[in-house]
Design a protein around this ligand. Structure first.
Ligand code: MF3
Ligand code: CO
Ligand code: CO
Length: 287
């Protein structure tokens, strides 16, 4: 793993397993006040709107750098800051992860081709609060059935993780639901090196939200907690390399990878998906 990626705070350290002991985490995970939750709603709504705004621009020939510039301008115009820019040295305003790139792809002069897939990961800072979401886009309207299915399963696995979010449930329940579906049932590689994360006045805060957790293990969720769930699902191996730029994480076998991310709030009776989009994926069974 590159140093910069490790510094991004969500590279899962080997000690994470030890820290699964809920007590350590619980002390550090903040409970948001009503006023803070309102600010989270606002920044998350903006982050989600960036994905809606950018969708028609994801076409053959566009460069990842152009997508970055469009999103940067949109975010700034709405009075927010594009959180990745200068975050631990990240040089651009969004992450653009194409094909075999798992996450943290740096926008540049790569032009997208029909059939490519790209994850756009948007984080905004508005009134001091961070909102974080990402989704997949298929360039030119279609790709292979194998890759279409990878994207479907990735989105579904995110929502199966979200379905586990409720007071009294444990953080390991989320990763268990995701890995049982994407890994055990569909045979995909579920990335373990990067996790979801608490979010609020900081980009990455406790708890770490593993996508391969164990049921009945880890932090007990409480109303007012906010965190992301962002499974990275690979056609082949779960193992990754980080390129020489210190950021770009790619699959070791170069097979393609998909990711989807939402920021969620634990409510009194369940959860609220703060980065929901009207036309975003939502399974029929989800409440
Ligand atoms: N948005 C990513 C996440 O989901 C983090 C990107 S860190 C950056 O946590 F520096 F690469 F932007
Ligand atoms: Co995130
Ligand atoms: Co993100």
């Amino acid at each position: 793993m590159g140093f910069a990626a490790a510094m991004a705070g969500r590279l899962r350290s080997l000690t994470t397993r030890v820290l699964y002991g809920a007590a350590r985490d619980e002390m550090a995970v903040e409970i948001k006040s009503k006023a803070e939750i309102e600010k989270m709603r606002t920044t998350c709504r903006l982050a989600a709107s960036v994905l809606e705004f950018i969708e028609p621009h994801v076409v053959p020939g566009v460069t990842t750098g152009e997508l970055d510039r469009l999103c940067h301008d949109y975010i700034v115009k709405h009075g927010a800051y594009p959180s990745p820019l200068n975050y631990k040295g990240f040089p651009k305003s969004i992450c653009t992860s194409v094909n075999e790139v798992i996450c943290h792809g740096i926008p540049g002069n790569r032009a997208l081709k029909a059939g490519d897939i790209i994850n756009l990961d948007i984080t905004t800072t508005l009134d001091g609060y961070f909102g974080d979401c990402s989704d997949m886009f298929v360039v030119g309207g279609g790709t292979t059935p194998e890759v279409e299915k990878l994207i479907d399963v990735t989105r579904e696995s995110l929502w199966l993780g979200i379905a586990e979010v409720a007071p009294g449930k444990q953080i390991g329940d989320i990763g268990a639901a995701i890995s049982e579906f994407a890994g055990k049932r569909h045979g995909y590689g579920v990335v373990e090196a990067f996790c979801g994360h608490g979010i609020g006045r900081e980009f990455h805060m406790p708890p770490q939200v593993s996508h391969v957790g164990k049921r009945g293990v880890g932090l007990r969720m409480k109303p007012g907690m906010t965190f992301t769930i962002e499974p990275m699902i690979n056609l082949g191996t779960k193992h990754c390399d980080v390129l020489g730029d210190g950021w770009t994480a790619v699959t070791q076998d170069k097979k393609w990878s998909a990711q989807a991310e939402h920021t969620v709030l634990v409510t009194e009776h369940g959860h609220e998906v703060l980065t929901l989009r009207e036309r975003g994926y939502r399974p029929k069974w989800a409440s």
